[in-house]
Design a protein. Structure first.
Length: 275
């Protein structure tokens, strides 16, 4: 979930004129409940594997087809990156106009939020700030296919940040290399134990870089195996068996990467500006 990351015309079908097809949404869950909420006159745009729900006359209305295609591309990218199967049902994405609207629908108001256990995510639209489709769709996919990560947030957020593909033209490794140069890159045991207490930018990109390194070394299946198996009584390192050696190799790798720095104010205004 990104920290910085309705009403159906009938009871069971997306309304005629509100969508480009008549594919039903999820039969149960938050998506179904959201589509039935009074006071939200949803329209729906579809693309391959995506139902993109938006509000009329909002920021999304004129760009709905373009955004649905971008979400479909993000879904395809995430599946390829993490070697995930094609979902048997569409990913339901809800684009709202304010944090308050998100709070009305989910009880929380972050810029992006995936719902554990179903292929559903919410995004708050902001002028000049593209929604973080790769990040939140990866959350939705992994929480559905791999299950809820049991021991904290660093791996969950690291996988989603890895999927995001960097920020403002800089790779996750370049941003992490900047933290290493500044002496602020946290050890992974501290990252895992205190993820939400660390600086947000530092925590997310350190986790994303570590996951990317793990995936290069062990493949997507290695990431999934860590997600599903950790912790065990005999394995205490956040990267699992052999984790201390892998962490040392990751830090040596970062020493060879040209470091980058992200402008926090620009990030707040425009997001990471990735597709």
């Amino acid at each position: 979930m990104t920290r910085t990351l309705l009403v159906l015309c009938t009871a069971s079908w997306i309304c005629t004129g509100c969508a480009r097809d008549r594919t039903p949404p999820h039969g149960t869950g938050v998506a179904r409940e959201t589509l039935s909420r009074k006071g939200f006159a949803w329209r729906t745009e579809t693309a391959e594997g995506i139902h993109l729900h938006y509000l009329p006359r909002g920021l999304t209305a004129r760009r709905a087809p373009e955004l649905a295609r971008a979400a479909a591309a993000a879904l395809s990218y995430d599946r390829m990156l993490a070697d995930l199967p094609r979902p048997s049902e569409p990913v339901e994405l809800f684009l709202v106009e304010s944090r308050e609207q998100a709070r009305q629908l989910t009880g929380r108001g972050p810029m992006g939020q995936a719902i554990p256990g179903e292929l559903t995510a919410f995004f708050v639209m902001m002028p000049g700030r593209p929604p973080a489709f790769r990040h939140e769709i990866m959350h939705a996919l992994t929480l559905k296919v791999w299950g809820t990560y049991r021991t904290g947030s660093w791996l969950q957020e690291g996988v989603a940040t890895w999927a995001g593909g960097g920020c403002m033209g800089h790779s996750v490794d370049a941003v992490a290399a900047g933290f290493l140069r500044d002496g602020t890159l946290p050890p992974l045991d501290r990252l895992a134990a205190h993820f939400w207490e660390l600086d947000e930018l530092n925590a997310y990109f350190t986790a994303g870089s570590a996951v990317a390194f793990l995936a290069r070394g062990r493949g997507p299946q290695g990431v999934r195996s860590l997600w599903e198996a950790f912790p065990t009584p005999a394995v205490t390192h956040p990267l699992g068996a052999g984790g201390a050696e892998m962490e040392a190799a990751w830090r040596r790798h970062l020493e060879s990467v040209p470091p980058a720095r992200i402008d926090p104010e620009r990030l707040r205004q425009h997001g990471c500006e990735t597709p």
